[in-house]
Ligand binder design. Structure first.
Ligand code: OXD
Ligand code: MN
Length: 588
C-alpha cells in the first residue's frame, strides 16, 4: 500500500511522463552526483546546467546561466487561486481554481518526457520545531534540486514527519519549454499546493521559498494564528554580551541580506545572523513573539556585494563548508574562471563573459552581470551564524523593523506609538522598485510589510490579522520604520548605511530596553540627534537634520497616496487602520 505522499508523486509522474523518477535523500554525496550530471549530461536550452568555477578561490562553487527571459520573479504570471476572488484581494492575480487546474494539467501533460523527475522531501524550519512544515517538491531540473538542498532541510526526516498523513505541502515544478506565454506560478492555498511551470528562476522555481513560505504560509498563518513574513532575523549583541533579537521587513534588493550579516562599526557590538529573507512568527507559550527562519540557505543578490559592503557575505561565499554554492547570471572572468559582478572588489577584469554567455564589450554599455544575478549558499557557511539558528522554538523578538527605499520624505528611523500605530506604519510603507521582479526600476509602490507580492490573501484581512496577533501578545515588540536611502540636494545618499546601520539598531534596542530618548512627531517617535551614536561619522549637520526632517507639505501628498492605496481593500481594511490614518492626517 502506498502512502498519500507516494500516491501524489505517482500521480504527478503519470501526468508528466518522465523517463526516470528519482527520490533525493539530500546527502552530500548525492549533491556531488547531481552537479556532475548538470555539468556533463543535463542541458537547458542546449547549455549545460552547471559549470565548475575556480575551486581554489571559490570552494564548492558552480555557475549557472538561466534563459535570458527568465531572470526574476514574474508577478504578472503569479496567481493565488482561492475559490472566492475577494479572498485573494486586489493584491493578487486570481483565477478560479478548477479553471487554473485544467490549464495547468494541459500544460503539464508530458512536460518531463525524456527527463528525470527529482522528488525532493524537505521541511521548512528545523524538523524538530513545532512550527516547521513538511513538504514535497517535484522538479525536472538538477539546478532546482540542488538549490532546494541548499535552501531547505532536505532528506528522510521530512518523509518521517509526513509518514502516512495527508498533511504535507505539495510543490509541482517543471521548467517546461521556457516560453514566457506558457509560464505560470499558481497557488492553491486550500490544497497547500503550488504548481509552477515555465521558469527556472529561484523565486518561481524553489517552491519552498516565496511560494510556500510566504504566499501559502501567510494563508495558513491567518487561519492558525501566526505570521509568515518577508523579514530578516538577527541578534544584536551589546558590549555587555546581552543579545536582543529583532526582525526586519524590507522589499527585495533593499539590503536585507546586508543587514542580516552586518559587521558593526561601533566597538563592542556584534550582529548574529538567523535569517535574511523569511521569518515565521508565533506567539510562544510565555506570550512573547518568537521567530524562526524556515530556510537553511541564502539566495541573495550578488551585485553590490563586496568586502566593503558585506564582508561576512563574501566570507560565507568563500567558505569551504557546505556543498555546493551556486552563482547564477553573474559574469565570468574568462581568465581566472571566477564569478564577477558589479560592485565586487578589485578592478574590472580584462576578459569577461557576460551573463548571457557572450564576450563582454565595455563599449556597448551593457551590464556584464545581470542586476538580479544571485548566489545560493548555505546559511551554515555564515561566520556569524547565531547559535540559536537551530533552536526549534525560535528566538524571542523585541523589535520589528519595517523599511523601504525612499529617497525623500521618510526619516532614517521612527518608532510607532504602539502596536496598532505600528501596523498602520507597516500598511503605509512604500518603496522605490528594484530588479528582483520584472518591473520598471525606481518607481514608488506601496509595499506593506514588504509583503505586497507575497501575501496569499486579501491585504485588508492581513492588516486585521496583524492587529489580532498584537492582542495575543503580552508584551508586543515595538515597531519601527527605517530608511537608509534618503538623498541630499545633489541626489547622493546621506546615510553611509551598511556597517553603520548598527547605530540605528543600537537606538532601537536601547529604546526597546527603555534606555534611550526620543521626541514625538506626528508620524511617531524619532531620535533627537543627541540620542544617536553618531561619533566618527562625517555627515554635515544640515544633512543629519534632513535625515530626521518631517516635511508637512510633502506628507500631505503622501497621505493622499496612502488613502488611495488602502481604499482599494474596501471593507476588508479594519477600522483601526482608518483611525490611525485620521489621527495622522489631523496631526499633520
Ligand atoms: C527574493 C525576493 O528573492 O524578495 O528574496 O525577490
Ligand atoms: Mn525576498
Amino acid at each position: 500500500m502506498s502512502t498519500p505522499l507516494e500516491k501524489w508523486v505517482n500521480e504527478q509522474a503519470k501526468l508528466t511522463k518522465p523517463d526516470k523518477v528519482y527520490w533525493c535523500d539530500g546527502s552530500d554525496e548525492e549533491a556531488r552526483r547531481l552537479i556532475e550530471i548538470g555539468i556533463k549530461e543535463e542541458k537547458i536550452s542546449g547549455n549545460p546546467v552547471f559549470h565548475e568555477l575556480n575551486q581554489k578561490i571559490w570552494p564548492n562553487a558552480y555557475y549557472h546561466r538561466s534563459h535570458p527571459t527568465d531572470v526574476a520573479r514574474t508577478e504578472h504570471l503569479t496567481y493565488v487561486c482561492h475559490p472566492d476572488k475577494d479572498v485573494a484581494g486586489p493584491n493578487n492575480n486570481w483565477m478560479e481554481p478548477s479553471k487554473a487546474k485544467n490549464m495547468m494539467t494541459k500544460l503539464s501533460d508530458g512536460c518531463m518526457k525524456g527527463k528525470t523527475m527529482y522528488v525532493l522531501p524537505y521541511t521548512m524550519g528545523h524538523p524538530d520545531s513545532p512550527y516547521a512544515k513538511a513538504c514535497i517538491q517535484i522538479t525536472d531540473v538538477s539546478y532546482v534540486a540542488i538549490s532546494m538542498r541548499i535552501m531547505t532541510r532536505m532528506g528522510k526526516k521530512a518523509i518521517e514527519r509526513i509518514g502516512n498523513s495527508t498533511d504535507f505541502v505539495k510543490g509541482f515544478h517543471s521548467i517546461g519549454d521556457l516560453d514566457p506565454n506558457k509560464r505560470f506560478i499558481m497557488h492553491f492555498p486550500d490544497e497547500h499546493l503550488v504548481w509552477s511551470i515555465g521558469s527556472g528562476y529561484g523565486g518561481n522555481a524553489l517552491l519552498g521559498k516565496k511560494c510556500f513560505s510566504l504566499r501559502i504560509a501567510s494563508w495558513l498563518g491567518y487561519q492558525e494564528g501566526w505570521l509568515a513574513e518577508h523579514m530578516v532575523i538577527l541578534g544584536i549583541q551589546d558590549p555587555k554580551g546581552n543579545v536582543t533579537y529583532v526582525t526586519a521587513a524590507m522589499p527585495s534588493a533593499c539590503g536585507k541580506t546586508n543587514l542580516a550579516m552586518l559587521e558593526s562599526t561601533l566597538p563592542g557590538y556584534k550582529v548574529w545572523t538567523i535569517g535574511d529573507d523569511i521569518a515565521w512568527l508565533n506567539v510562544g507559550p510565555d506570550g512573547r513573539l518568537y521567530a524562526i527562519n524556515p530556510e537553511a540557505g541564502l539566495f541573495g543578490v550578488a551585485p553590490g556585494t563586496s568586502m566593503k559592503t558585506n564582508p561576512n557575505m563574501m566570507r560565507t561565499l568563500k567558505a569551504d563548508k557546505f556543498y555546493p554554492t551556486l552563482f547564477t547570471n553573474t559574469a565570468l572572468n574568462t581568465d581566472t574562471n571566477e564569478p564577477w559582478w558589479d560592485g565586487i572588489d578589485g578592478p574590472v577584469p580584462e576578459n569577461l563573459t557576460d551573463w548571457q554567455g557572450n564576450p563582454w564589450d565595455v563599449s556597448k554599455n551593457s551590464k556584464a552581470s545581470h542586476p538580479n544575478a544571485r548566489f545560493t549558499v548555505s546559511v551554515y557557511n555564515a561566520p556569524a551564524l547565531s547559535k540559536e539558528f537551530d533552536n526549534p522554538r525560535g528566538v524571542p523578538i523585541s523589535a520589528i523593523i519595517l523599511g523601504g527605499k525612499r529617497t525623500h520624505l521618510i526619516p532614517l528611523v521612527t518608532e510607532a506609538f504602539d502596536w496598532q500605530n505600528g501596523v498602520f506604519l507597516g500598511a503605509r510603507t512604500g518603496s522605490e522598485t528594484t530588479a528582483a521582479a520584472t518591473h520598471k526600476e525606481g518607481v514608488l509602490r506601496r509595499d506593506p510589510m514588504a509583503m505586497l507580492p507575497f501575501c496569499g490573501y486579501n491585504m485588508g484581512d492581513y492588516f486585521k490579522h496583524w492587529l489580532s496577533i498584537g492582542k495575543k501578545l503580552k508584551n508586543p515588540p515595538k515597531i519601527y520604520s527605517v530608511n537608509w536611502f534618503r538623498t541630499d540636494d545633489n541626489g547622493k545618499f546621506i546615510w553611509p548605511g551598511f556597517g553603520d546601520n548598527i547605530r540605528v539598531l543600537k537606538w532601537i534596542i536601547d529604546r526597546s530596553a527603555g534606555n534611550a530618548g526620543a521626541k514625538e512627531t506626528p508620524i511617531g517617535m524619532v531620535p533627537d540627534i543627541k540620542d544617536m551614536a553618531l561619533e566618527g561619522l562625517d555627515i554635515p549637520k544640515k544633512n543629519i537634520e534632513k535625515l530626521f526632517e518631517i516635511n508637512h507639505c510633502e506628507w500631505k501628498k503622501e497621505l493622499q497616496d496612502i488613502e488611495k492605496f488602502i481604499t482599494q481593500f474596501g471593507k476588508h481594511t479594519p477600522p483601526e487602520i482608518w483611525q490611525e490614518y485620521d489621527k495622522l492626517s489631523k496631526k499633520l
